[in-house]
Design a protein around this ligand. Structure first.
Ligand code: FAD
Ligand code: NAP
Length: 313
């Protein structure tokens, strides 16, 4: 029986593994279906991880993390977890290979995945001018013009964030009403350097080897417009990778928000004792590496105390 099962090997999972093993838990396995490192390994540049300056890719940043954890005894099982459920004496981890393992405690940190809008060039230029993260990439467009796609809370809030950094933000939305909080809509409308481009869909992002040169959009009346921007931010929704918490009867193992995020308290504790969630998948996650790592550490410290109490009273 594992002391702790960690599901997901991104910044949250790896940090949880480091703190749990170094903090005294002996039998800790991190289940990661691919190479450890998480989604930041897709990023060509990360500038906001404290203490790490200079030109560094996400892959460079994450490379030393697994080795550091393994030094303290973290085991990595390269397998997809299909479900975490309650067992007789703890939790049952069901794996894609059909086998199961038991654990006294579990930290789930399977991350989240921003949706893509599906226009031409979006995938080709992803990470080279097309982004789904204003906090990560907004600064690269300081003083320049950018486009934002979407009409929900995220698109409007990120447009406001970008308007503080960039010269101008074109907010491209396919309808003429937003699905966002009224005061956020009001703030967007009152921000001088946000231009609303409504009833309009993105057709194509184009550029060259250096990156993006522009976004072609099409209004509902058929009018085509070229917006000459080097940066396009896509905020058309987000999938939380929460399927491991889904039970056979269709319910979730713990309390979730209506948007599929795991509800946790300030200690990353879910509504189920011994079950923690950390990183991008938890409620109100800032979706940053440093925050995911911090969550992982907090969750591991709680798991250590939980297992100690369970085994030693
Ligand atoms: P993830 O990093 O998403 O890790 C989750 C892990 O769980 C993955 O490795 C996945 O393979 C694994 N997993 C999922 N489901 C299962 C399963 N069922 N079984 C086993 N394993 C599973 N943040 C910054 O701070 N600065 C930046 O500049 C920045 N730039 C970014 C650029 C890009 C292109 C992207 C995509 C993200 C960027 N981010 C940035 C955000 C940052 O990557 C995330 O906030 C962070 O990685 C979240 O960490 P996490 O551990 O919660 O989840
Ligand atoms: P969302 O509410 O689903 O909005 C997605 C937006 O993208 C919608 O405006 C949608 O247009 C548009 N869209 C979807 N697919 C598209 C496509 N292929 N091409 C162009 N546009 C497309 O997603 P979200 O903004 O990420 O928010 C998710 C949830 O989190 C929401 O419930 C939101 O309220 C919540 N949230 C809350 C806060 C907050 O309270 N501060 C902050 C962020 C998010 P349509 O409108 O036409 O469908």
């Amino acid at each position: 029986m594992l002391d702790l099962a960690i599901i997901g090997g991104g910044p949250a999972g790896l940090t949880a593994g480091l703190y749990a093993t170094r903090g005294g838990l002996e039998n800790v396995t991190m289940f990661e279906k691919g190479m450890p490192g998480g989604q930041i390994t897709q990023s060509s540049e990360i500038e906001n991880y404290p203490g790490v300056s200079g030109e560094i890719t996400g892959m460079d940043l994450m490379m030393p993390w697994p080795e550091q954890c393994q030094k303290f005894g973290l085991k990595h099982s390269m397998v997809e977890v299909t479900r975490v459920s309650k067992g007789e004496n703890g939790f049952v981890i069901s794996k894609g290979d059909g086998t199961t393992e038991e654990a006294h405690s579990v930290i789930v940190c399977t991350g989240s995945t921003p949706k893509r809008a599906g226009f031409a060039g979006e995938d080709e230029f992803f990470g080279r001018g097309v982004s789904t993260c204003a906090t990560c990439d907004g600064f690269f467009y300081k003083g320049k013009e950018v486009a934002v796609i979407g009409g929900g809370d995220t698109a409007l809030e990120e447009a406001l964030y970008l308007a503080k950094i960039c010269a101008k933000v074109y907010l491209v939305h396919r309808r003429d009403t937003f699905r966002s909080a009224p005061n956020t809509i009001e703030r967007v409308k009152n921000t001088a350097n946000i231009e609303l481009v409504l009833n309009t869909v993105p057709e194509e992002v184009y550029g060259d080897a250096m990156g993006v040169n522009g976004l072609r959009v099409k209004a509902n009346d058929g009018t085509i417009r070229d917006i000459n921007v080097p940066g396009v931010f896509v905020f058309v929704g987000n999938n939380v990778n929460n399927s491991v918490l889904l039970q056979e009867d269709g319910s979730f193992l713990c309390d979730m928000t209506e948007w599929g995020e795991v509800k946790v308290d300030i200690k990353m504790q879910t509504s189920v004792a011994g079950l923690y969630a950390a990183g991008d998948m938890r409620i109100d996650a800032p979706k940053q590496v440093v925050c995911a790592a911090g969550d992982g550490a907090v969750a591991a410290l709680q798991a250590i105390a939980f297992v100690d109490e369970k085994l030693n009273g």
